[in-house]
Design a binder for this molecule. Structure first.
Ligand code: 6PG
Length: 622
């Protein structure tokens, strides 16, 4: 690519020759009308170019299926390049032939019998949107031989992207990248008898990785990747990220990019970002959601850090991400520093609550006299009003039998966690935001872990007879919908507060959009929230949400009251109404707290009849 006169045809045909693939000159594919227009000195419009670019895209797609090819095409605008690489992104290497106006003008004037005259050159430069990322830029003042030698080595010998760590997620992500046509370097460490030739075995087992280079030697792995290198770390969050970074550092070059795709703590991501910046290495912290299947078929990706570095890795991340309903990638730049890992952490907090709510709903439906197949059928009927991935998998779980009993009945009732719910709860406390449902869901998991103590307490406190709550399954659905709305409000509120505090400028609607597919909390509600958050940063200010919560509130109160009377544990459902009841009051009981603080600690208080906001103090005991 490049403006007319930079030597696209010359370099292109020589490069094709050196690579042993056919060469196609984009100019030969212009319809007659376009050639006549250009011959008359009239610049082409975008409409003139549309069909032409589409034809070149089809040509490239067909050739990729055979052996590849070189195509020369000006591709001046980013939108043209998008059109040219549609559906073949991973298989395209862009070469930008770059020269100044004066250099190119000299070449144009030296040419004979070419329909592009000097007069059009200025319009070409005006139209040119220089690619800032994802291209090999070549200075046309070099000789063709030098350029070809460089490009041949670049294209044939080096890979485009490295993945380090081939556990469950690393393996699936690598296969996904391979399916999109990217040429990869894959690394997994060697551990005697435990991790032996992991990368080699993966390449042998999966057809889509047949062009990938496998390594268990770190230095060769690094050297095999085109510079600036793009290496995705798919290792356990925590110390391993730092260890691997230290191992890599001596072998990296300035401007290489490391992407951390694990569930790292956002504060550590900021530290790593700053540390690597001091070493001239870019660091992109990317939250990745969707589990093993998501990683393979299309995860949701939440990258953050240096925006220019993100531009370099964007084609890779967008190509493997899930697609939203408008076919846009569920991957978007979140903001600076560790904001990507922050939103992934809150994603998990919302996930904890959604999981806990479903577990509580199952408790209620069970006490309404339903067996697990019947509960699955009821949840299935809820897909009309409350469809979500977590609802879907819960239905599958409830239906799974082992022999004549349901498998889930045989699972020990102690919930584990890997720490992201814990971090979200810490963050909400640190930021002073009452995202109480996340804390409640986390503590419900913690409580479940005290199995022996729970059994002992049950002997003292649990009623032997628990009357069926006098509620209907329709009312349970309404309480569930109510609680989910509050959960999402609290999650987005936490992100909005963090964004403000750290100046991340997170676009909440765009975040909701990338959460509509690929991730664990994808749902119909999330699709609705994309629009809600476009209009309003505060979900509770939206009139449709207000109407819905008002309509759901009576059933919610009834379900929760009945569950309390029947002694059914529903901490998250209860918290949803408690939160709103405590929040939506014009006059709260916090005046008593302020008076108490002032009484024993002289912490002072403000008066509601003194608009100056002045601090008052009283000698209470006198
Ligand atoms: C995802 C998941 C994923 C992982 C959680 C589980 O978005 O793909 O959230 O990140 O399954 O870390 O967390 P717990 O082990 O804490 O439940």
């Amino acid at each position: 690519m490049g403006v007319s006169g930079v030597g696209k045809s010359t370099i292109g045909s020589q490069l094709a020759n050196a690579l042993g693939v056919p060469f196609f000159d984009g100019d030969d594919y212009h319809p007659k009308a376009n050639i006549e227009k250009m011959g008359k000195g009239q610049p082409l419009t975008d409409d003139d170019r549309f069909g032409w670019l589409q034809q070149l895209n089809h040509l490239a797609s067909d050739q990729i299926k055979i052996q590849g090819c070189v195509i020369a095409c000006s591709a001046l605008k980013e939108s043209y390049r998008q059109m040219l690489q549609k559906d073949i992104l991973g298989s395209v290497t862009w070469v930008f032939l770059s020269g100044t106006f004066e250099t190119v003008k000299k070449r144009i004037l030296a040419r004979k019998n070419h329909f592009m005259g000097e007069a059009l050159l200025q319009s070409q430069f005006d139209t040119l949107e220089e690619p800032t990322a994802g291209v090999v830029s070549v200075d046309i003042r070099q000789t063709p031989d030098e350029i070809i030698k460089y490009l041949k080595a670049y294209i044939l010998e080096k890979t485009q992207f490295g993945v380090l760590g081939l556990g469950v997620m690393g393996k699936s992500l690598s296969r996904n990248l391979g399916q999109k046509g990217f040429k990869l370097s894959l690394f997994n460490r060697h551990v005697d008898a435990l991790e032996v030739e992991v990368a080699q075995k993966m390449v042998d087992e999966h057809k889509e990785l047949s062009s990938a280079l496998p390594f268990d030697d770190l230095v060769s792995f690094v050297q095999s990747i085109q510079t600036p290198r793009k290496i995705m770390l798919m290792v356990n969050a925590g110390k391993t990220v730092d260890q691997v970074t230290e191992d890599l550092l001596p072998h990296l070059s300035a401007n290489d990019i490391l992407i951390d795709g694990g569930n790292s703590n956002y504060l550590k991501t900021k530290e790593r970002f700053d540390y690597l910046k001091s070493k001239q290495i870019h660091f992109v912290g990317a939250g990745v959601s969707g589990g093993e299947e998501g990683a393979l078929k299309g995860p949701c990706i939440m990258p953050s850090g240096d925006e220019n570095a993100y531009a370099e890795v964007r084609p890779f991340l967008e190509a493997i991400a899930a697609k939203d309903k408008n076919d846009r990638a569920c991957c978007a730049y979140i903001g600076n520093e560790g904001s990507g890992h922050f939103v992934k952490m809150v994603h998990n907090g919302i996930e904890y609550v959604e999981m806990q709510l479903l577990a509580e709903v199952c408790t209620l439906l069970k006490h309404l006299g339903n067996d697990l197949d019947e509960i699955a059928a009821i949840l299935s009927s809820w897909k009309v009003n409350a469809n979500s991935y977590l609802l879907d998998i819960t239905i599958d779980i409830l239906r799974k039998k082992e022999g004549s009993d349901w498998l889930v009945n045989k699972i020990l009732d102690k919930a584990g966690n890997k720490g992201t719910g814990n971090w979200t709860t810490i963050a909400t406390a640190q930021l002073g935001v009452p995202s109480t449902m996340i804390a409640t869901a986390l503590f419900a998991r913690y409580a479940s872990a005290f199995k022996e103590e729970r059994i002992a307490a049950s002997a003292h406190f649990e009623s032997k007879e628990k009357p069926a709550p006098s509620i209907s399954k329709e009312e349970v659905l309404e309480a569930y919908q109510f609680a989910r709305a509050i959960n999402h409000y609290q999650g987005f509120k936490l992100i909005s507060a963090a964004s403000e505090q750290h100046n991340w400028k997170i676009n909440l609607s765009e975040l909701a959009r990338i959460w509509t597919n690929g991730c664990i909390i994808k749902s119909d509600l999330m699709i609705e929230l994309v629009e809600v958050l476009r209009e309003n940063q505060n979900i509770l200010d939206d009139t449709a949400v207000i109407d819905q919560l008002q309509q759901l509130k009576p059933s919610t109160k009834k379900v929760i009251a009945a569950a309390v009377l029947s002694e059914l544990p529903i901490p998250c459902l209860s918290e949803s109404i408690q939160f709103l009841t405590n929040f939506a009051v014009e006059n709260s009981a916090a005046n008593i707290i302020q008076a108490q603080r002032d009484y024993f600690g002289a912490h002072t208080y403000q008066r509601n009849d003194d608009e100056s906001g002045k601090a008052h103090h009283t000698h209470w005991s006198k």
